[in-house]
Write a protein that binds this ligand. Sequence first.
Ligand code: TXA
Ligand code: MG
Length: 341
Amino acid sequence: METRIFKLNEIDQAAQAIKDGQLVAFPTETVYGLGADATNEAAVKNVYLAKGRPSDNPLIVHVASIEMVERYAAEIPNSARQLMKVFWPGSLTIILKIKPGSLSKTVTGGLATVAFRYPDCQPTLDLILKAGVPIVGPSANTSGKPSPTTAQHVFHDLNGKIFGILDNGPTRVGVESTVLDLSTPQPAILRPGAVTKAQIESVIGSIDLDQHHVGTNETPKAPGMKYRHYAPKADMTLVEGDMDKVVAYINDQTKKAEAEGKKVGIICTEESRDLYPDGNLEVIGSREHEETVAHNLFAVLRDFDARKVDCIFSESFSKDQLGQAIMNRLCKAAGYHIINV
Ligand code: TXA
Ligand code: MG
C-alpha cells in the first residue's frame, strides 16, 4: 500500500479514514503527528507498530474543544483552565488525571494521567471535529529519528505503513509542544517546547523544569524522555563556548576528520556561515531570530542523513526562552556528546 497524500480540500476523506480506524498523519504548528482515533484501541495499537514505539510511552490526545478534555479528564484544575485560555490553541500540552476507564491503557501507557493538546492548526482542528473523536498523535517519525516538519518527512519514514498524510506544507514552529504536568501539586515541565517556562509562570506562578538527563534504568515522569531521540545517522558533537573558539574548534576538527576520509557536516548560523569552508554547511537559522532555528532544526538533521555525512559538528545556543527547547533537541540529537571549548 502506497501512503496517500490528502490535500487540504480532502479533509472529509481523511476524517472518514480516521473513523474507519486507519492511521492518518496530520499537520500541527509544531511537527506532524501520527493520527488515529483515540477511542479505537486497535487503531492506537497500530500507531505504536508503525512508529516502532515502545508501548510504555504514552500518546498525546489532540482535541478541538475543552469539552473534549472534560470527557476524559477526572477534573480540570483552575491553573489548567487559565493556561488553556491563554495558550490554546497552541503549543502547550497539559497532563491531567484521567477519568478512570475513559481511555484505553494503550493510549496512556498504563499511567493514571493523560496529556491533552489543542493544536493551533485549523486543518487539524477540522479533521478532529469531522472525525468527531479526539486523535492521538505522537510525532510522525520512525521512533528515534528527527521529528517530521513536512509531509515529505513523514512519507520518507512511514510510506506503506500508514493510510494517509494530510499535507499542510512545512510546520511553522518546528519543535514539539511544551509538556506540562498539572496532575501533581507542583506543576512541572517534562519537555521544554515552543511555549516557554517564563510564559507559563507569567500565568500560574513558579513551576519546575524537569530536565535532567534520564539514565537508562531510571523511570522518568515522561516515559518518552528515556529513549534515544532525534538522532541523525552521523555521530554528532555539540560545541559550546565563546563563538570564536567554537568556530576554531569546529574548523580544526573538520580538517582532522576529512584527513581521515570522513564526510563532515557543520551546523552554523546566518551570523557564522562565512567563517567555515563551504561544502557540507547547513545554516540552521539566525541567532537574532531563534524561532528560525527551531523552524529549521529537524529538517537540517534530516538533510545531513540524506547527504550521508559521517559526523556532524554543531554550534550551540543559549538555554533561555526558546533556546531551552532548541538545546534540549540538539543535546539529544548529539546523544549528549557536548564539548566545551
Ligand atoms: O508538538 C507535539 O507535542 C507533537 C505534535 C504532533 O502534537 N507531538 C509529540 O508527541 O511530540 P510525542 O509522542 O512524540 O511526544 C509526547 C511526549 C513523550 O515524551 C511522552 O512520553 C510524553 O509526552 N507524555 C505523553 N503522555 C504523558 C503522560 N500522561 N504523562 C507523562 N508524559 C506523557
Ligand atoms: Mg516524538
